[in-house]
Design a protein around this ligand. Sequence first.
Ligand code: PAF
Length: 282
Amino acid sequence: MITTESISAIRKQVLAWRLKGETVAFVPTMGNLHLGHLTLVREAKSRADHVVASIFVNPMQFGQNEDLDAYPRTLSDDQSALVEAGAELLFTPTPSIIYPKGMEAQTFVEVPLISDQLCGESRPGHFRGVATIVCKLFNIVQPDIAVFGQKDFQQLLVIKTMVEDLSMPIEIIGVETIREDSGLAMSSRNGYLTAAQKQQAAVLKQTLDKMAIELRAGIQTDEVISTAKQAISAAGFDNDYLDIRNAKTFSKPSSSDAELVILVAAYMGATRLIDNLVVKLK
Ligand code: PAF
């Protein structure tokens, strides 16, 4: 696998593949890779001739009081894992390569409406940072396909909306969340949890499963949410949000919905965890 921080080196390699009529799938990451990321790379490999990955801890998507500096950086382990999973090219730019004029002077991409809700409300500017970096990375790599985890459900919707609204010729693939045996969704932030907190955190998925059963049984969404909030608090979480939306439009649920998504963000100690579950009703 070639690792480079050079935009022109990425473009040169991707162009060489394209001239041979070969396809390219892209997996953007912030590194500290776990099985969830590697599943994305394997999915990418099954869909295209070549896989490009990127590792960039994007400062634009972190708020002032968030864990940018503490975010785990494990390049050497990540490189070995990416080779194993089938990536051939790894882009590892520095912030000054991505934002040469600084972030304040940087043109940005803002996906309206969806970016201001739930995670967007708790983390103002987060989805602007995500949309901007993903747009830049797409312009650098110019893939046919890009693969993202469904664990970041709202992020996936933001990216799909951006691609559609800006007519980007890229197919976006969402891959199901990979979980620990306990049900806890895999995340780089799980590394911040103690063993005891990890056990407690399994309650998030248990709660989502119970909510799905209640929704299918026709219990009103407000009641389902209120019971679930109590269960999450009782497990030691500090709730950020717990909500239910239409899985396609992200609008508030209505009686005609065929597919809902339950979304949760909650703090276990100082660690903010997110999870979601899609519930088919019809
Ligand atoms: O999901 C992530 O790891 C990041 O938000 C992404 C998509 C790589 C953009 O920085």
